[in-house]
Design a binder for this molecule. Structure first.
Ligand SMILES: O=P(O)(O)OC[C@H]1O[C@H](OP(=O)(O)OP(=O)(O)O)[C@H](O)[C@@H]1O
Ligand SMILES: Nc1nc2[nH]cnc2c(=O)[nH]1
Length: 182
C-alpha cells in the first residue's frame, strides 16, 4: 500500500491541470441548461454510471430543477488499469425503464464501448428514448459509433483523472481535471 500511495502522489504532483474546478462548475451549468431545455417535462430517469459518473451526476442533479428520478448502473472495463478490457456488469441492473426517457450520466466517453453497451441495455429494456451525458468527450479515441448528446469538454487522447475519474482507483476526488504525464 505504501508503494502504491507513493506512485499516486507522484502522478498527482506531475499531472497537468486541464480544467480548474471553476471551469468544471461553469461547464456543468451550461450542460444543465442544455439538458433542461431538452428534457424538462419528460420526467426522465437519470441513470448514473458508477463509479466514475458519481461526481458529474451528483453535481448535475442539483442543477436540474424539474421532476426526475435517479437510478444507477455499475459497469467497469478499466478496473485498476489505464486501458480498457471487457465490460464487467457489476451489481444489480436497473428496472422499470420501459417507456421512460433515460439520461445516462458518466464522467467520460473514451472508446465508447461502455456507453454504447448501456444505451443498448436501456433499449433492450424498452426505454422510449435514451440520451447520453458526459463531462468529458475524448473523440480521437473513439472505437464505437457513438457521440454524446451533452458534453462538458472535449479532451485529447490522454489519460485523465479527477471529478470522479480515477488513476488506479485513487484521485477520483481531485476537484479539477488533470492529464497524466506520459
Ligand atoms: O468509453 P470507454 O473506453 O468504454 O470508457 C469509458 C468508461 O471508462 C470509465 O469507467 P471504468 O471502466 O474505468 O470504471 P469506473 O467508472 O469504476 O472508473 C468511465 O467511467 C467510463 O464508464
Ligand atoms: N480515469 C479515466 N478513466 C477512463 N476511462 C476511459 N478513459 C479514461 C480516462 O482517460 N481516465
Amino acid at each position: 500500500m505504501q508503494q502504491q500511495l507513493e506512485e499516486i502522489r507522484l502522478i498527482e504532483a506531475s499531472a497537468e491541470l486541464l480544467y480548474s474546478q471553476a471551469e468544471v462548475e461553469a461547464s456543468l451549468d451550461r450542460m444543465a441548461d442544455e439538458i433542461t431545455a431538452r428534457l424538462a417535462g419528460s420526467h426522465p430517469v437519470v441513470l448514473c454510471v458508477m463509479v466514475g459518473g458519481l461526481v458529474t451526476c451528483g453535481k448535475l442533479l442539483t442543477r436540474l430543477h424539474f421532476p426526475l428520478q435517479v437510478d444507477y448502473i455499475h459497469v467497469s472495463r478499466y478496473q485498476d488499469r489505464t486501458h480498457g478490457g471487457d465490460i464487467a456488469w457489476l451489481g444489480r441492473q436497473p428496472e422499470n425503464l420501459a417507456g421512460r426517457n433515460i439520461l445516462i450520466v458518466d464522467d467520460i466517453l473514451d472508446q465508447g464501448y461502455t456507453m454504447q453497451a448501456i444505451v443498448d441495455f436501456c433499449y433492450q429494456e424498452k426505454a422510449a428514448q435514451v440520451l447520453t451525458s458526459v463531462l468529458l468527450d475524448k473523440p480521437a479515441a473513439r472505437k464505437a459509433e457513438i457521440s454524446p448528446d451533452f458534453a462538458g469538454f472535449s479532451v485529447a487522447d490522454r489519460y485523465v483523472f479527477g471529478c470522479g475519474m480515477d488513476y488506479k482507483s485513487f484521485l477520483r476526488n481531485a476537484p479539477g481535471i488533470y492529464a497524466v504525464m506520459p
